[in-house]
Design a protein around this ligand. Structure first.
Ligand code: FAD
Length: 452
C-alpha cells in the first residue's frame, strides 16, 4: 500500500462497472474513493436496463388482460393507463435501488464523493474543487445518448428523457434501428401510443441473426407498430399542437413526441484526459490494452467508455477482472465470446453465439435447425404471437455454435442455454437432454431434423 497517495484507487463513475470495482477493491483492504456526479448505479439502474424492463412489464398488460378472457376471466371496464402513476412508481423503485448502492459503497469502506470528477494528471483527480491523489485511477464514466445535429434536433428527446415524461404522447416517432429503438417502440405501442419506428437502414437489429431480426420486425408490425425502413428524417418543425417530421422522400408525419435512439457515445468530454497521455478515439471512447490499462500506465478504463460490449454484466465482469489484475492473483478473465444477450422488444429476442451469417463465414459447413410455433398461451388466449427458435451446429465438431429465440421468455430461456454453449455442448448433448413438458423451451432439445 502506497502512502504517497491519498488513495490506492480512485474510481470515476458509480455505474455498473465503477461500483463493482470500488467495492471489491475496498473489500481487499485498499483505500478506495469513487466519484459520481449524477446518480448511483449509473445508466443501468437509472435510465437503462431496470426502468426499461419495468416499462416493458407495464406495456404487456393489455395483451394479458385480453388473453385472460379466453381463460374464463371477465375483466370488467376499460383498462386505462395512469402514466404518472407508472412513471412515479418506477422512480420510487429506482430511488430504493439508489439507496442500496449507497449502502453497498458505504459498507465496503470506499469513500463516495458526490460531484463531477476531472482528471488533472496521471495520479490526480479533482472533485468539487478538491484535489485527490491516487496510485491508480479508473475511468468508468459510461456513455451518453448521441443525437445527430439536424434542423429541429432540439425538439427531440433521448432515451434518458423517456423515463420522466410529463405526459405520455398520443403519437410517437422513434428513430433508430438498434435495441434501444425497438424496445421503446414496443413499450410505447403496448402503452397505447400510436407508434412509428423510423430507420434509415434496410433491417432492424442488424447485428443479430437476419432471420430472427426479421421475425421481430414481423411480430412488431403484427402488434401494431408502424415500421418505416429506408427512411431518413431531414428536419423537424414545431407546430401548434406537436411536431412535424419531414422525411427525405418528401413525405411528412405529425407526432407529439420524437425519440432519437441513434446510438451512444463514450462519456469522456471535459473529463480532463488531455492532462494525460490518453488519446481517445474519434467517438470519444478510450483505447485500452488486455488488462484495461490506457495509454497512461496509472489510468485504467472499463465498461461502456471503452466501447467493447456495452452491457451491464460485461462492465461488472470487467471490473472483477481488473481488480483481480491489480490486487489479486491475476487469474480472473473475461471471455467476450458467446455472451448471451436479449432485446426486450415485443416479441422478445435473445441469443447466444453466432448468427447464421457469421457461422457460415467462420465455419462454412453448418447445420441449421429451426422451429416456429404458436405458444400454448394462445390456444385459449387468442392472439397471433409465434415463437421461433434456431440452433446452428458446426458439422465437423457437432458443437452448437449459435442459439436464437424470438418470443415470450426468450431471455430467461437463452440464459440457461448460454451455459451449455459456454461449456461446449454438442447437438448430441442437446438431443440427450430430456425436455421440460409442457414448455416452449423443450423445443430446443427436440429439434431432430435440420432445416438446412
Ligand atoms: P454507467 O452505468 O453509464 O455508469 C457511468 C457513471 O459515471 C454514471 O453514473 C455517470 O453519471 C458517471 N459519470 C460520468 N462522468 C463522470 C464524471 N466526470 N464524474 C463523476 N461521475 C461521472 N445493458 C444490459 O446489460 N441489459 C439491458 O437490458 C440494457 N438496457 C439498456 C437500456 C437503455 C435505455 C440504455 C441506455 C442502456 C441499457 N443497457 C443495458 C446498457 C447498460 O446500461 C450499460 O452497458 C452499463 O450501464 C454500462 O456500465 P458502466 O459502468 O460502463 O457505465
Amino acid at each position: 500500500m502506497s502512502t504517497e497517495f491519498d488513495y490506492d484507487l480512485f474510481v470515476i463513475g458509480a455505474g455498473s462497472g465503477g461500483v463493482r470495482a470500488a467495492r471489491i477493491a475496498a473489500s481487499k483492504g485498499k483505500r478506495v474513493a469513487i466519484a459520481e456526479d449524477r446518480y448511483l448505479g449509473g445508466t443501468c439502474v437509472n435510465v437503462g436496463c431496470v426502468p426499461k424492463k419495468l416499462f416493458v412489464y407495464s406495456s404487456q398488460f393489455p395483451e394479458m388482460v385480453h388473453a385472460s378472457q379466453g381463460f374464463g376471466w371477465n375483466p370488467s371496464g376499460e383498462a386505462v393507463l395512469d402514466w404518472p402513476r407508472l412513471r412515479d412508481r418506477k422512480t420510487d423503485e429506482i430511488h430504493r435501488l439508489n439507496g442500496i448502492y449507497q449502502r453497498l459503497i458505504d459498507n465496503s469502506g470506499a469513500i463516495l464523493y458526490d460531484g463531477r470528477a476531472t482528471v488533472l494528471g496521471p495520479n490526480q483527480v479533482s472533485v468539487n474543487g478538491q484535489i485527490h491523489t491516487a496510485e491508480t485511477i479508473l475511468v468508468a464514466t459510461g456513455g451518453w445518448p448521441f443525437i445527430p445535429d439536424f434542423p429541429g434536433s432540439e425538439h427531440v428527446v433521448s432515451s434518458n428523457e423517456m423515463f420522466f415524461l410529463d405526459q405520455l404522447p398520443k403519437t410517437a416517432v422513434v428513430v433508430g434501428g438498434g435495441y434501444i429503438a425497438v424496445e421503446f417502440a414496443g413499450i410505447l405501442n403496448g402503452l397505447g401510443v400510436q407508434t412509428h419506428l423510423v430507420y434509415r437502414g434496410t433491417r432492424l437489429l442488424k447485428s443479430f441473426d437476419a432471420e430472427m431480426s426479421n421475425k421481430v420486425t414481423q411480430g412488431m408490425i403484427q402488434k401494431g407498430v408502424n415500421i418505416h425502413l429506408n427512411t431518413k428524417v431531414t428536419n423537424i418543425q414545431k407546430t401548434g399542437d406537436g411536431l412535424e417530421i419531414n422525411f427525405s422522400d418528401h413525405t411528412a408525419m405529425s407526432a407529439d413526441l420524437v425519440l432519437y435512439a441513434t446510438g451512444r457515445v463514450a462519456a469522456t468530454k471535459n473529463l480532463g484526459l488531455e492532462n494525460t497521455k490518453i488519446v481517445v478515439r474519434s467517438d470519444g471512447s478510450i483505447p485500452i490494452d488486455n488488462n484495461f490499462c490506457t495509454q497512461e500506465p496509472t489510468i485504467y478504463a472499463l465498461g461502456d467508455v471503452i466501447d467493447r460490449v456495452q452491457l451491464t454484466p460485461v462492465a461488472i465482469q470487467e471490473a472483477m477482472v481488473l481488480v483481480d489484475h491489480l490486487y489479486g492473483d491475476k487469474r480472473a478473465f473475461i471471455d467476450y465470446e458467446n455472451i448471451p444477450t436479449a432485446v426486450f422488444c415485443q416479441p422478445e429476442l435473445a441469443t447466444v453465439g453466432l448468427s447464421e451469417e457469421a457461422a457460415l463465414k467462420t465455419y462454412g459447413d453448418i447445420s441449421v435447425y429451426t422451429s416456429d410455433f404458436k405458444p400454448m398461451l394462445q390456444t385459449l388466449g387468442g392472439g397471433d404471437d409465434r415463437i421461433s427458435m434456431k440452433l446452428i451446429v458446426d458439422k465437423a465438431s457437432d458443437k452448437v455454435i449459435g442459439c436464437h429465440m424470438v418470443g415470450d421468455h426468450a431471455a430467461e430461456i437463452i440464459q440457461g442455454i448460454g451455459i451449455a454453449i459456454k461449456a461446449g455442448a454438442t447437438k448430441a448433448d442437446f438431443d440427450a437432454t430430456i425436455g421440460i413438458h409442457p414448455s416452449a423451451a423443450e423445443e430446443f432439445v427436440t429439434m431432430r431434423e435440420a432445416t438446412r
